[in-house]
Design a protein around this ligand. Structure first.
Ligand code: PEP
Ligand code: MN
Length: 348
């Protein structure tokens, strides 16, 4: 079976100077592993008075880098002016940044500016975990006749992450893939991680989830980068990282693999069945509790009782080998469903 060939987009967070763009582009091209050169021309920064990109001045530097390396160019566009300037330099690929995807006015404006283009347009996930917004941005592009669309998963802000800048929330990206299976999805481990330490692990996880490629930030001298210094890799380190990623096969013909897999899947199916059966039984007990509460004129929600269930369950996290986050989500879902069942009998 042929080894999967993922798409690699790499380049600096920001184009800072002609020398930096050319040196980075040449070093990336010489690895032979990079397909597309990225660079931020206009930078959407969280805080004012930080480096906001050099703007149109960077476009001739990128054009020169393309000429000297043969690498097609990808930049972020966030408004009509950006698109018009980029089109003047025949930029090959665009991406819509996370902050732009968050705003329907902005995505609509960019979609209209890109109307009818054949160029590839990638849509980064919005900063919040709202899959509808991500879908919405894609739908706006489609409605404007943009045919070549891809997704970039760059993680989600503010979900209680400690080590990572943006929580990956893989399930949201997988949900996007389920809804739009025809779109390629690439992972941006740089913005998920926010620092160099975890880029390898996150990239491997994306490879194991069968992503179509990566966008990774790379700077000729990361420590002096004007934006996202901590998360950028030298072209050499990027090359090493790419060498070490295992792109596993989607399938195997081995008989022992197939039989073992089948038996493990049988176990999963039967455990899932038992879990559902137990949950249904739990809900019917909750209904009985609802009935006796109704008969005795007691209200449904009894916070102390629920707090003690939650405390007892979370305390078992380590011994069960289940994360606190997972147990919390599971308990919340069970609690809401139980209350709904009790509500139903209260109304009988
Ligand atoms: C970027 O790619 O440099 C960038 C600003 O990313 P995001 O929109 O994901 O924050
Ligand atoms: Mn960046």
């Amino acid at each position: 079976m042929e080894q999967k060939r993922p798409l690699i987009i790499a380049g600096p967070c920001s184009a800072e100077s002609e020398e930096q763009v050319l040196a980075t582009a040449k070093a990336l091209a010489s690895t032979g592993k990079v397909d597309i050169l990225r660079a931020g021309v206009w930078k959407p920064r969280t805080k004012p008075n930080t480096f906001e990109g050099v703007g149109v001045e960077a476009l001739p530097w990128l054009e020169k880098a393309r000429k000297e390396t043969g690498l097609p160019l990808a930049i972020e566009v966030a408004n009509t002016k950006h698109v018009e300037s980029a089109m003047q330099y025949d930029i090959d690929i665009f991406w819509i940044g996370a902050r732009t995807t968050t705003n329907p006015f902005s995505t609509q404006e960019v979609a209209e500016a890109l109307r009818g283009t054949d160029k590839m347009v990638y849509v980064k996930n919005p900063t919040s975990g709202d899959v509808e917004l991500w879908c919405g941005a894609v739908e706006r592009l489609l409605a404007c006749g943009v045919k070549n669309i891809g997704l970039i998963h760059r993680g989600f802000a503010g979900y209680g992450t400690r080590d990572l800048r943006n929580a990956p929330m893989w399930h949201l990206a997988l949900e996007m893939r389920r809804r739009m299976p025809e779109l390629p999805i690439i992972c941006d481990p740089s913005h998920i991680c926010g620092n160099r330490t975890y880029i390898r692990d996150i990239s491997q996880q994306a490879a194991d989830l069968n992503y179509d490629g990566f966008m990774i930030e790379s700077h000729i001298n990361p420590d002096v980068a004007l934006s996202d210094a901590k998360q950028q890799l030298t072209p050499q380190d990027l090359s090493l990282l790419l060498d070490n990623i295992k792109w596993r096969e989607g399938e195997s013909d081995s008989l022992s693999y197939q039989t073992t897999l089948m038996s493990l899947r049988d176990q999963i199916d039967s455990l899932d069945g038992e879990i559902l059966q137990l949950l249904a039984e739990r809900m019917s007990v909750a209904e009985n509790i609802g009935r006796i509460k109704r008969e005795n004129n007691v209200r449904i929600l009894q916070s102390l009782r629920w707090e003690s269930i939650a405390e007892r369950t979370l305390a078992r996290s380590a011994s069960l080998g289940l994360s606190i986050d997972f147990l919390q989500t599971l308990l919340d879902a069970i609690h809401v469903e139980s209350i709904n069942h009790q509500n139903k009998v209260m109304k009988e």
